[in-house]
Design a protein around this ligand. Structure first.
Ligand code: AP5
Ligand code: MG
Length: 220
């Protein structure tokens, strides 16, 4: 049976950090809509340049563009048995589109861990986040520092601070999350798929809690 897991949570909740930690253990490819947009921007593709006009303002990229991009990605062979989705879906329209595309692929959403973190914590996390230029590995100057400041532990590439992590943009992103993405908590609760995980705990503890929330049908 295919397993598509949706990681839900506000900006800075730890979706990317946890996806990096559990993707191998679950044998599921990590599909991050934000990472795909940023990769496209790095390569200056039409999609990347378009997405950046929204991302830089803390707004969502339009549904039709985002849905088409994720559909293409999930249609690839590595996702045929499932995927760990990070940052998609983010609106009710995207959630409906995901259900339709997965049923076309012969699958369905397996579980939706909701990483719950209060707003004041999010702002501090994003202000101190450092991301690796080459592959998007995630660090925090206080909570998960790299061994050598400014250098990725995994591939030696430069660490940078995301443009959209400036406090004003972060506040906008959190507002957009509350308006457009929070309704998905009800959407997936009604479908008995939501499992809440306390994202305030240390990174390793959240990883354990997530794995146990997903346990039972795991392939590991
Ligand atoms: P995206 O890249 O998805 O950003 P986001 O959802 O705002 O989430 P973040 O990546 O900021 O946070 P995260 O939850 O991954 O946290 P992380 O693990 O890094 O999207 C960016 C933009 O792209 C959007 O604003 C939008 O414009 C566009 N976009 C993307 N998807 C879209 C879609 N579906 N539709 C339309 N537009 C879309 O952790 C944060 C920091 O905290 C790190 O420094 C980390 O080290 C630290 N940390 C993590 N966990 C802990 C912990 N437990 N304790 C202490 N520190 C921790
Ligand atoms: Mg992320």
């Amino acid at each position: 049976m295919s397993r598509y897991v949706v990681l839900l949570g506000p900006p800075g909740a730890g979706k990317g950090t946890q996806a990096e930690a559990i993707s191998d253990k679950l044998h599921l490819p990590h599909i991050s809509s934000g990472d795909i947009f940023r990769e496209n921007l790095k390569n200056k593709t039409e999609l990347g340049l378009l997405a950046d006009t929204y991302i830089s303002k803390g707004e969502l990229v339009p549904d039709d563009v985002t849905i088409a991009m994720i559909r293409d990605r999930l249609a690839r062979l590595d996702c045929k048995d499932g995927a760990l989705l990070d940052g998609f879906p983010r609106t009710p329209t995207q959630a409906e589109a995901l259900a339709t595309m997965l049923s076309d692929f012969g699958g369905q959403v397996f579980k939706v861990p909701y990483i719950c973190v209060p707003e004041d914590v999010l702002i501090e996390r994003l202000a101190g986040r450092w991301t690796c230029r080459a592959a998007g590995h995630i660090f925090h100057e206080k909570y998960n520092p790299s061994k050598k400041p400014g250098v990725c532990d995994f591939d030696g590439s430069e660490l940078y601070q995301r443009e959209d992590d400036k406090t004003e943009t972060v506040k906008r992103r959190i507002r957009v999350y509350l308006e457009q993405t929070q309704p998905l908590i009800d959407y997936y609760t009604q479908r008995n798929l939501l499992v809440e995980v306390d994202g305030k705990k240390p990174i390793e503890q959240v990883t354990k809690d997530l794995l146990s929330a997903l346990q039972g049908n795991g392939k590991s």
